[in-house]
Design a protein around this ligand. Structure first.
Ligand code: SF4
Length: 84
């Protein structure tokens, strides 16, 4: 498999990353460097939901292209167990 080429971040991107909640800086950096599609999806969903994990789990936008891939989803088996 071809390895992704790391993108050198600009000063503006680094400044942006430093404004984010500390625990989400690494994933955003990976996303912006282009080294992880998974990180890119996670960073986008976090940005979309103002860095609130619960909001991503509760996302109600099935028309969003990232909807099936969003992180922090509650698995169906967990929901089923909780209901039973
Ligand atoms: S899947 Fe939901 S949380 Fe993620 S980017 Fe789309 S609308 Fe936002």
């Amino acid at each position: 498999m071809k390895k992704r080429q790391t993108i050198i971040l600009t000063d503006e991107q680094i400044r942006y990353i430093n404004t984010l909640p500390f625990s989400y800086r690494q994933v955003t950096r990976k996303a912006m460097e282009g080294t992880s599609l998974r990180a890119a999806i996670k960073a986008k969903c976090l940005d979309c939901c103002c860095w609130q994990r619960a909001e991503i789990a509760d996302c109600r936008v099935p028309n969003c292209a990232l909807y099936p891939y969003r992180p922090y989803k509650v698995s169906r088996s967990r929901v089923t167990k909780a209901v039973l």
